[in-house]
Design a protein around this ligand. Sequence first.
Ligand code: DQA
Length: 148
Amino acid sequence: SKILVLHGPNLNLLGTREPEVYGRDTLADIDRRLVEQGKRAGVGVSTFQSNAEVALIERIHAAKSDETAVIVFNPAAFTHTSIALRDALAAVGVPFIEVHLSNVHAREPFRKHSYFSDLAIGVVAGFGAKSYELALEAAISRLTGNKN
Ligand code: DQA
């Protein structure tokens, strides 16, 4: 079994994109650390980013048959807009953890609503790149049988 880390739109710009909100790590930095974290736990971690809703939907569909056990997902702006991505996750039934770098509850009101949180195992927000590491730790614990 393995873990898929999915990143939504504009996250390819991490490092230079509003660094005061999202930090200075690039997406490549974050992905490299997550793959390492998986290796240390003996769990395969793959990563995928797209700015396109259709590509994210198709990657989620593929997760149904490629042995993905858990998805760690930062839907980015699609968090607040995408019924189609929500429906994709519901359709494949692969459990997922929702991640945000920023504390979406401390920002504009339109960021408070998520189409994903009620279906997620849990939500991690507000810890910058560390949000992904905490979510991955939780995903790994589920797979390796440690309670979390
Ligand atoms: C984000 C928060 C979203 O509101 C925003 O649209 C993003 C990134 C985060 O990681 O903090 O693109 O998901």
